[in-house]
Design a protein. Structure first.
Length: 109
């Protein structure tokens, strides 16, 4: 298992062999507070052109931003971003490396 602090830079280099990753998310309270603050700051900046700069994770401003982030999520004011995935192989236990190349396929999520 590998873990690192929130927002810490990281780099992954895949070798020529197949790589399989399993990603799990766990939010400690402080991480959730930071997420709520960043989410609200982002909504306010993109949707309302307000540059909120405080990233404090304590005090009344935190709770106002936390309530705002939950309200924004429930109201669906922020549209989800479209994610595009490119499939270029399929798992093939019979092949030498355990996968086979396929024509590039685009999947939108």
């Amino acid at each position: 298992m590998v873990t690192w602090p929130i927002n810490a830079p990281h780099r992954v280099e895949n070798t020529s062999e197949i790589s399989i990753s399993l990603v799990m998310e766990y939010f400690e309270p402080v991480a959730w507070y930071r997420y709520a603050v960043y989410y609200t700051n982002g909504i306010m900046r993109r949707r309302f052109s307000l540059a909120l700069k405080s990233i404090r994770t304590s005090g009344p401003v935190l709770w106002m931003k936390a309530i705002s982030s939950v309200s924004f999520k429930l109201s669906k004011i922020q549209k989800k971003h479209q994610h595009r995935r490119y499939l270029t192989f399929r798992i093939d236990p019979q092949s030498e490396f355990g996968y086979s190349d396929i024509p590039k396929t685009v999947k939108d999520y």
